[in-house]
Design a protein around this ligand. Structure first.
Ligand code: ADP
Ligand code: MG
Ligand code: MG
Length: 877
C-alpha cells in the first residue's frame, strides 16, 4: 500500500520531492540528533492525489491518525486534551519555497476548554494561554477560512492602542478571543471549529488547496516551477516562545548572506511566537545579545549552526524557538545569498576543506557573475527618489533627460551623457538608444521593445514606470508629487532595482569588470572570482569566442578571455560615408559602373579587416559576408519622395527613389539578403573575400574564416564557395569556408551542406525566428508578455534557446553534419551564446564553441565550466 505519511525519523534531506524542502530538512535535523520537536510529514503524493481526484487518497486519514497517535504517546498528551493539551502546527512546505501558498497555522488543538489546560501546563500562566488561543483564531481565520487578515489586525490594534502586544493582560486577551470568534462568525456564518481533530483536518486541506491559489500559480509561472509538484504538509508538536521573557523566537544565518563573512547574523525576539520576528511587530534584538539573556541556549545554538554548516557544506538559514530556556530547531535550509556572497562563500568553503574547487564552480552561476559586472549606484550617496518602474536591464545610468532619439544622438555627439525617456520605444528609436547611457519608459513590461533591446545591448533600462507622465512633444515628464523633469535635467536610473532619481547619483564601477579588464585581484570578492574563473577555464570543453565587429570590441573580447571572434559582421562597413558607394552599386546600370563601385569599397573593407586581425593577434576571426538587404543602406522612401516632389531634387535622387521602390520588400527578413545577395549581385562577395585575403596577407598569423549567411541549400553554398576558393588560391591565403545554419532547411539538409562547409555556426536568432515563424521586432512588443503570462513559454525563446524546437534542429544538424564531415567545426553565434541555459545546451549537444558579445564572455566561460562539471559523461564523449 502507498505510504503517505513519514515521521521525521523516517525522512531525510534527499526526499525533497516527496516531503518538500521543510519536511526533508526537519527530518535531516532530527536524524542529526538536533532538538527538533517531534512531528510527521504528509507527502506531496497525497497532495497530488487530492488535487487530481478532489478527495484525499484512501488510507490517508487512517495513516495520519496512526501517526498522530504515536505523537500523542511520545508527548504523553492528546491533541487538544482539555486538562493537558498537545498542540501542533500545520505547515505547508513544497520542494521550492513558495510565497503565495498557505503558510502555517500554530497552536492547533486550542479551544475554550484546552486553553485552561495550556495555562496549567505553564504553571498557571493564563496570559500565555489566551495569547496562544487568539493567535490560533487569527491564523486559522486568515489562512484556512480565507478571512481578510486586516479585520483581526485592526481589532488587535484597537485593543492595544499605543501599547505593545506583550502589555496586554490575560483578561484583555480573553476578550480579544471573543472578538475574534465574532469576526469568524460574521465572515463565514459559522462558529470557529472547536474540535481539535477537525481543526487539524481543515488546516491540512487548506494547505493542499493553497497550491492552486491564484498567487501561487502566478509565482510558479514566474519562477518556472512545474505546476504538478504539489506541496507537503508538516504537523509539528508546538513549542512556545511566548511563555514569558525566558522564551522567545529567532532567525539566523550561519554566515552573512550579504558578504559571506563568518560571524553571528540573526535576530531574536523575547516572549514571541512564530512569525513575530519577521512581521516586525516589535523591535528585534541582534542575535549576539542572546548570549547575555540565555548563555546556555546561545552556546548550544552556535554549536548547532556549526554542525549544520559542516553537514550541508554551505550557508544555512535557520528558525528556532526557546521555550523556558530550552532551545528548539524549527527549520533550516541552504540559504539564499547575494551574488557577491555566493562567490566568497564558495571559495571560503574550499579553504575550509568542506568542498572541492570543482564544487565551488558549480555553486555559483553566470547570472550571479553578470550581476557583479554591472555598475551600481554608491550605496551611501544621498538620493532623491522620484518614481519606480520595472528593472528591465540592470546597471546604473546618469544623464540628461532627452525625449527623442535625434536629440539623444545630438547631445551624445557633443559629449553629453543622456537618458532617453520615452512612453515606449520602437525600432526608430534605435539610434537614440545606442547613444544614450540608459533608457526610461513609462509603458511596457520586461518584454517591451525598450527592455529587450536594452538587455541585448547591455544598456541600463527602467521600463513601465507608470507613475510618470511623459510628454515627448513638450519635452518633459511629471513624476508623483508634481516633480517636473524637462529636457536637459539630470536624472539617474537604476536598472537593477527599477528606481528613478532626480539629479546625479554617483556611480561605482564594477571591480569585477576592472579585473577582467586587467586589474590585479585585490579584494576578497575579486580574488574569489579569479579563482573560480581560472578553474572553470581549466575544466571547460567549449571554446568561447566573441561577436565583435570593431577593433575595440575585438580587443575587449580578448581581455575578457575570448578565444577568437565567432561572428564579425561586415554590414557596418557599408555605413556612414560609404553609403554613397552602396548607392552607386545599386544604381549601376552597366557592369563597369558596378565594378567601379565595388573597387572603391574594397580597400576600405581591407583596412577594416586588417585592424581586426591585428586586434585578434593570431586568434581565429569568423567573418560573415554581407547579410542585410541592400535597401537598408539606401535613404528612407518618404524622405526621398518628399525631396523628389519638391524642387531641387537631383537626377540621382530620382533614380534612387525608383531603386528604393524597386527593391522594396514586404518581408525583408525573408527577402533578398545573405547568400542570395552574393548570387544575385555579381562581384559583391568576391570583393569582400578579396579584401579579407589581402588583409590577411598583411597581418602575420591572421586566421580568417569566411562565413556565408542564410544558406538553405548546398547548391547556394557551392557556387559561392567556388568563387571564394579561387580568390584565396590566387592570393595564397588559407581560410576555412563555412556557413551559418539559420534557416530550418539548412539544418534539415546538413548532411549535404557539410560537403561544402568546413564549419557551421548556428545563427540562433534567425533560426528561432524562422522555426517559430516569429518576426522578432513585431512579436516581442506586440504579444510576448501575453505568451509569458499564459505560460506558453516560461522565457522568451530569443533569450534562452528553445531546446525542444530550435534545439532539435540543432541536434539534427550536428549529427548529420558530422556524419558527412567528422571534423566539422561547430559553434553558435546568436545571442544565445551568452545565455547560461543555452550554453549548457551547446555543451550537451557537442558544439566546439559558443560566441557572444564581449561582455557576456566571462559568463559563457563560467557556464561552460559548470556544464563540463555537471555533465557526468563529458570525458567519454
Ligand atoms: P514559513 O514557511 O513561512 O517559514 P513556517 O512553517 O516555518 O512558515 O512557520 C512560521 C513560523 O512559525 C516560523 O517562525 C516557525 O518557526 C514557527 N513555527 C512553526 N511550527 C512551530 C512549532 N511547532 N512550534 C513553534 N513554532 C513553530
Ligand atoms: Mg519558516
Ligand atoms: Mg542571421
Amino acid at each position: 500500500m502507498a505510504k503517505y505519511v513519514y515521521d521525521f525519523t523516517e525522512g531525510n534531506r534527499n526526499l525533497k520531492d516527496l516531503l518538500g524542502g521543510k519536511g526533508a530538512n526537519l527530518a535531516e535535523m532530527t536524524n542529526l540528533g538536533l532538538p527538533v520537536p517531534p512531528g510527521f510529514t504528509i507527502t506531496t503524493d497525497a497532495c497530488r492525489h487530492y488535487l487530481a481526484a478532489g478527495v484525499v487518497p484512501d488510507g490517508l486519514e487512517q495513516e495520519v491518525a496512526e501517526h498522530l497517535d504515536a505523537l500523542e504517546k511520545q508527548m504523553g498528551r492528546r491533541l487538544g486534551q482539555a486538562d493537558d493539551p498537545l498542540l501542533v502546527s500545520v505547515r505547508s512546505g513544497a520542494k521550492f519555497s513558495m510565497p503565495g501558498m498557505m503558510e502555517t497555522v500554530l497552536n492547533i488543538g486550542l479551544n475554550d476548554e484546552s486553553v485552561h489546560g495550556l495555562a496549567k501546563q505553564a504553571g498557571g500562566n493564563d496570559r500565555f494561554a489566551w495569547d496562544s488561543y487568539r493567535r490560533l483564531i487569527q491564523m486559522f481565520g486568515k489562512t484556512v477560512l480565507g478571512i481578510d487578515g486586516d479585520l483581526f489586525e485592526h481589532a488587535l490594534d484597537a485593543l492595544k492602542g499605543k501599547r505593545q502586544d506583550t502589555d496586554l493582560d490575560a483578561g484583555e486577551l480573553q476578550g480579544l478571543v471573543e472578538t475574534f470568534k465574532g469576526i469568524v462568525h460574521e465572515q463565514t456564518g459559522k462558529d470557529f471549529p472547536t474540535d481539535p481533530r477537525e481543526q487539524m483536518r481543515l488546516a491540512v486541506m487548506a494547505v493542499f488547496d493553497s497550491w492552486n491559489a491564484p498567487r501561487a500559480i502566478l509565482y510558479r509561472r514566474q519562477e518556472r516551477i512545474p505546476a504538478e509538484l504539489g506541496t507537503a504538509v508538516n504537523i509539528v508538536a508546538m513549542v512556545f516562545g511566548n511563555v514569558g521573557n525566558d522564551s522567545g523566537t529567532g532567525v539566523a544565518f550561519t554566515r552573512d548572506p550579504g558578504t559571506g563573512r563568518q560571524g553571528i547574523y540573526g535576530d531574536y525576539l523575547q516572549n514571541a511566537q512564530g512569525e513575530d520576528v519577521v512581521a516586525g511587530i516589535r523591535n528585534t534584538i541582534p542575535l549576539e545579545e542572546l548570549e547575555r539573556i540565555d548563555k546556555r541556549s546561545y552556546d548550544e545554538l552556535l554549536g548547532i549552526m556549526e554542525t549544520l554548516e559542516n553537514h550541508y557544506r554551505d550557508l544555512c538559514d535557520i528558525e528556532f524557538t526557546i521555550e523556558r530556556g530550552k532551545l528548539w530547531m524549527l527549520q533550516t535550509r541552504v540559504g539564499k545569498r547575494t551574488a557577491a556572497a555566493a562567490f566568497c562563500i564558495a571559495t571560503q568553503l574550499v579553504d575550509q576543506g568542506l568542498i572541492t574547487i570543482d564544487e565551488a564552480v558549480t555553486r555559483v552561476t553566470g547570472d550571479q557573475l553578470a550581476q557583479l559586472m554591472f555598475p551600481r549606484f554608491d550605496g551611501g550617496a544621498d538620493k532623491k527618489k522620484i518614481a519606480k518602474g520595472m528593472n528591465a536591464s540592470p546597471g546604473a545610468a546618469v544623464g540628461k533627460a532627452v525625449f527623442c532619439s535625434e536629440r539623444a544622438v545630438e547631445l551624445s555627439e557633443q559629449g553629453e551623457d543622456v537618458i532617453l525617456v520615452r512612453r515606449e520605444t520602437n525600432p526608430d528609436d534605435l539610434a537614440g538608444m545606442i547613444a544614450a547611457k540608459g533608457i526610461l519608459t513609462s509603458r511596457g513590461g520586461k518584454t517591451s521593445h525598450a527592455a529587450v533591446v536594452a538587455r541585448g545591448m547591455g544598456k541600463t533600462c527602467v521600463c513601465g514606470a507608470e507613475e510618470l507622465e511623459v510628454s515627448t512633444s513638450e519635452g518633459r515628464f511629471t513624476a508623483p508629487g508634481g516633480v517636473v523633469v524637462s529636457e536637459g535635467d539630470v536624472i539617474s536610473i537604476d536598472g537593477t532595482s527599477g528606481e528613478i532619481y532626480l539629479g546625479e547619483v554617483p556611480v561605482v564601477d564594477s571591480a569585477v569588470v576592472e579585473y577582467f579588464e586587467g586589474a590585479e585581484p585585490e579584494d576578497e570578492l575579486v580574488k574569489a572570482v579569479d579563482r573560480i574563473m581560472s578553474h572553470a577555464d581549466s575544466v571547460r570543453r567549449l571554446g568561447v569566442r566573441a561577436n565583435a565587429d570593431t577593433p575595440d570590441d575585438a580587443a575587449r573580447a580578448r581581455r575578457f578571455g575570448g578565444q577568437g571572434i565567432g561572428l564579425c559582421r561586415t554590414e557596418h562597413m557599408f555605413l556612414g560615408e560609404r553609403r554613397q558607394l552602396v548607392e552607386d552599386l545599386v544604381l549601376a546600370s552597366t557592369d563597369e559602373a558596378r565594378q567601379a563601385a565595388l573597387d572603391a569599397l574594397e580597400p576600405l573593407q581591407k583596412a577594416d579587416f586588417t585592424e581586426i586581425f591585428r586586434a585578434m593577434d593570431g586568434n581565429s576571426v569568423t567573418i560573415r559576408l554581407i547579410d542585410p538587404p541592400l535597401h537598408e543602406f539606401l535613404p528612407d522612401i518618404v524622405d526621398l519622395s518628399v525631396k523628389v516632389a519638391t524642387d531641387g531634387a537631383t537626377d540621382k535622387d530620382r533614380k534612387l527613389l525608383a531603386a528604393v521602390k524597386r527593391l522594396h520588400e514586404q518581408n525583408p527578413m525573408l527577402g533578398l539578403r545573405g547568400v542570395r545577395l552574393g548570387l544575385v549581385i555579381p562581384g559583391l562577395f568576391a570583393m569582400q573575400v578579396r579584401a579579407i585575403a589581402q588583409a590577411a596577407k598583411e597581418v602575420p598569423g591572421a586566421r580568417p574564416e569566411i562565413m556565408i549567411p542564410l544558406v538553405a541549400a548546398v547548391q547556394e553554398l557551392e557556387s559561392v564557395r567556388e568563387e571564394a576558393a579561387k580568390i584565396l588560391a590566387e592570393t595564397g591565403v588559407e581560410a576555412l569556408i563555412g556557413t551559418m545554419i539559420e534557416v530550418p532547411r539548412a539544418a534539415l539538409t546538413a548532411a549535404q551542406i557539410a560537403e561544402a562547409a568546413e564549419f557551421f555556426s548556428f545563427g540562433t536568432n534567425d533560426l528561432t525566428q524562422m522555426t517559430w515563424g516569429f518576426s522578432r521586432d513585431d512579436v516581442e512588443s506586440a504579444f510576448f508578455s501575453r505568451y509569458l503570462d499564459q505560460g506558453i513559454f516560461g522565457v522568451s525563446p530569443f533569450e534562452t534557446l528553445d531546446r525542444e524546437g530550435v534545439g532539435r534542429l540543432i541536434r539534427i544538424a550536428v549529427e548529420e553534419g558530422r556524419s558527412t564531415r567528422p571534423d566539422l567545426h561547430l559553434g553558435i553565434c546568436g545571442e544565445h551564446g551568452g545565455d547560461p541555459d543555452s550554453v549548457h545546451f551547446c555543451h550537451d549537444v557537442g558544439l566546439d564553441y559558443v560566441s557572444c558579445s564581449p561582455f557576456r564572455i566571462p559568463i559563457a566561460r563560467l557556464e561552460a565550466g559548470r556544464a563540463a562539471l555537471t555533465d557526468s559523461d563529458s570525458d567519454t564523449r
